[in-house]
Ligand binder design. Structure first.
Ligand SMILES: [Zn+2]
Ligand SMILES: [Zn+2]
Ligand SMILES: [Zn+2]
Ligand SMILES: [Zn+2]
Length: 497
């Protein structure tokens, strides 16, 4: 089955990991897998236990007619398969859902759902548990001293063994289930956009990197099957990497997230390199000279000093963190505003200002660019077609700058690149038409420019065509295909002029 394309090896440092046993081309399928368990994330608001949409947690919210836990009317009608196993337990042991006050943001009672599903799945398929799940990393020793162990003990272990009367599950087994979920879960989004977590035991064998060479899609057609593909060409014998963190964060944030949430320190090439593969993704400008940028003296140590790569001026991590926190706060405050012309103007001002403080590739500038890209052509009241040349060029430049970074950190056939390529085609095509119809460029250049736009959207389609057609990326695939064909027609028409 799964291991035809790769071989599982083991080392003290990495635990289990996978290497290819043959050359893979970008887009080749590496692995297909159904999850061992799917369920709500921790600290979730009240959601339907069938489809995960948000539900009213007060006494007026819809409930399962059998057990009384949150279930939407559609899932009640369809007898949602996801909810069946725990429903039987709740009915049998008369476990009641406690309605919440209107203002409650999270529903701790739902924390037990996914661990319970994992334990019930173990009973339903002991063979797969033994072979694939029981061997999964759960960092028992480190977790024992962590706050999450104590929280899980109160909210999950004591709840399942107490009110749910499931003393047949020993405490250590429940904690093992919690640990497996914490360390190995992959996040997916349901059709309504809410996050859920899934355990794919074979996918979880593959090592983590902050520059993954794989990409995976989870399909929402009932059994949440996952297909993992090579994002780039991977030669035979190379290691296979997924990612457990957000690749568009700086090294410090990624390391923090992985240490706290996944209990390991990432030693990937990007994490070990203070320049983050030559991007200077986390570097502020030097305070003392005009040309240099600060780089961490030890990117795996959050307390290490930072030194200018030009004049060698040194700055403590505390001072540097204060500086970055302040900038981040300004940006977050702006980002949280409703989309408007004023927000766009303020955003452009902030971009100019931050370019004087940070390396142009800094991750805060990348997020700011993404915000501006989203707004340009959508808040001026004129649409993208009405944007003047200078703003179309500006939008094109912003997208290219984001794409350059994505090419480094999410290279190849990834959703992030595809979405940006799709963004790029429209201003390229609109600008080409504007220039041509005002006789500023000859037909040959018009053709060339439209061809570039078509290439972008064609590449986006080539990547997005794998996405679930009910998800936003899947819908974008359909639009990409139509736009690609339309642009090819437009190009063909030019020849006849
Ligand atoms: Zn539902
Ligand atoms: Zn029920
Ligand atoms: Zn890393
Ligand atoms: Zn300097």
């Amino acid at each position: 089955m799964a291991e035809k394309n790769f071989q599982v090896l083991q080392s003290d440092e990495l635990g289990r990991y996978g290497v290819t046993v043959k050359d893979l081309k970008a887009g080749d399928v590496l692995l297909k897998e159904t999850p061992f368990v799917v369920g709500p994330k921790q600290d979730t608001p009240v959601v339907c236990l069938g489809c995960n949409i948000f539900l009213d947690g007060t006494s007026s919210g819809p409930r399962c007619s059998r057990c009384g836990w949150p279930l939407c009317p559609d899932c009640e009608m369809a007898q949602a398969p996801l909810h069946k196993a725990e429903c039987r337990v709740f009915v049998k042991n008369a476990v009641k859902f406690q309605n919440l006050p209107k203002e409650a943001m999270v529903c701790l009672q739902l924390d037990c759902i996914t661990p319970l599903r994992l334990l019930l799945a173990k009973e339903a398929d002991p063979g797969r548990w033994e072979r694939e799940v029981s061997v999964m990393e759960h960092h028992e020793t480190i977790r024992r001293d962590s706050p999450s162990w104590r929280v899980d003990d109160t909210n999950i272990v004591k709840y399942l063994r107490g009110p749910c009367k499931l003393s047949r599950f020993p405490e250590t087994l429940i904690q093992q289930a919690c640990g497996i979920l914490e360390v190995n879960s992959f996040e997916a989004h349901t059709i309504c956009g809410n996050p859920i977590r899934c355990i794919f035991p074979t996918l979880a064998i593959l090592a983590h990197s902050c520059v993954p060479n794989l990409t995976h899609t989870i399909y929402l057609d009932g059994d949440f099957r996952m297909i993992c593909r090579a994002a780039v060409d991977i030669p035979k014998g190379d290691m296979l990497y997924t990612t457990y963190t957000y690749t568009q964060n700086g090294t410090k944030e990624r390391q923090n997230h992985l240490r706290r949430g996944k209990y390991f320190i990432c030693h990937c090439q990007r994490c070990l390199d203070p320049t983050e593969l030559g991007t200077f993704f986390s570097s502020p400008r030097c305070n003392s000279c005009s040309s240099g940028f600060y780089l961490s003296q030890d990117s795996l140590d959050p307390a290490a000093n930072w030194e200018c790569n030009s004049c060698k001026d040194s700055i403590s991590s505390t001072l540097l963190d204060e500086k970055i926190d302040k900038i981040q706060q300004d940006f977050t405050a702006l980002k949280s505003q409703e989309s408007s012309r004023t927000k766009l103007i303020e955003g452009e001002k902030l971009l100019k200002h931050l370019l004087t403080l940070l390396h142009p590739n800094h991750y805060i500038l990348m997020s700011l660019r993404e915000m501006l890209i989203e707004m340009l052509g959508h808040v001026e009241g004129c649409g993208l077609n009405g944007l003047p040349e200078v703003l179309l060029n500006h939008k094109i430049q912003l997208i290219r700058e984001v794409l350059n970074i994505l090419d480094k950190f999410e290279p190849g056939m990834t959703r992030a690149r595809a979405t940006m390529l799709f963004e790029l085609h429209a201003p390229l095509a609109i600008l080409a038409k504007k220039l041509f119809y005002s006789s500023k460029i000859p037909p040959s250049e018009f053709r060339q420019r439209l061809l570039e736009a078509a290439t972008c959207v064609g590449e986006a389609y080539g990547i997005l065509k794998w996405e679930d057609s009910r998800m936003s990326e899947g819908l974008l695939a359909t639009v990409s295909k139509k736009t690609f064909e339309q642009l090819l027609n437009d190009i063909a028409d030019i020849k006849e002029m």
